[in-house]
Ligand binder design. Structure first.
Ligand code: TMP
Length: 207
């Protein structure tokens, strides 16, 4: 039995996390077991990597290459030890961020070449990919204002609006290149309106 792997992607403050319970309930109603995860993170080791990635420090500023490799270190661990076994057991895995975030943040945002990212990805997870990605698209200023309300900005959130404009454009470009697997949602809608859109996408995918 093979499960279903769904990822939620988007910039800061786009409301992905708010929709996780809705997606979980959708599949549980179909009597499927659902595992929800986040990236970077999801295992004790991966949560430690997340702390390193998010921590702002002036004495040892993380370089872009280290950031990329840490993202994939976390992804390799989570994929091999948690995601793949859950899918093999027939579960639905819902992951708040996954590989598209790397292409958008480290690629489009930081400027690391796509070919370099794909080489590292190959070493970390091979050709493994989600069945479906929901991309929450939101105006950058709106997203940053929402993210700012959650408290102090972490290292990546502090990258500035110009960085996040590049991230947003990257996400939309990747969605255009793979419309079958990546579905774009207007994240400026109300949460209940977004849930309704997600329902219609999931209904089409899993009748
Ligand atoms: P979040 O879970 O609160 O969104 O935090 C994760 C942060 O890490 C967010 O700023 C996006 C960033 N990130 C990347 O830069 N690349 C990645 O591959 C992933 C998964 C996350």
């Amino acid at each position: 039995m093979k499960g279903i792997f769904i990822t939620l992607e988007g910039g800061e403050g786009a409301g992905k996390t708010t929709q996780v319970p809705f997606i979980k309930a959708y599949f549980e109603k179909k009597s499927l077991e659902v595992l929800t995860l986040r990236e970077p993170g999801g295992t004790p080791c991966c949560e430690q990597i997340r702390t390193v990635l998010k921590e702002k420090r002036d004495d040892d500023v993380l370089c872009d290459e280290a950031e990329l490799l840490l993202m994939y270190a976390s992804r390799a661990q989570l994929t091999k030890t948690v995601i793949k076994p859950a899918l093999a057991a027939g579960k639905v895995v819902v992951c708040d961020r996954y590989d598209l975030s790397t292409l958008a943040y480290q690629g489009a945002g930081r400027g690391i070449k796509e070919s370099t990212i794909k080489n590292v990805r190959q070493a970390a997870i091979g050709n493994f990919a989600p069945d479906l990605t929901l991309l929450f698209d939101l105006d950058v200023k709106l997203g940053m204002a929402r993210a700012g309300k959650r408290g102090a900005m972490d290292r990546i959130e502090s990258s500035g609006d110009a960085f996040f404009e590049k991230v947003r454009a990257g996400f939309l470009r990747f969605a255009k290149e793979d419309p079958e697997h990546i579905k774009v949602l207007d994240a400026s809608l109300r949460p209940d309106e977004i849930s309704a859109k997600i329902k219609s996408i999931l209904d089409e995918f899993y009748v």
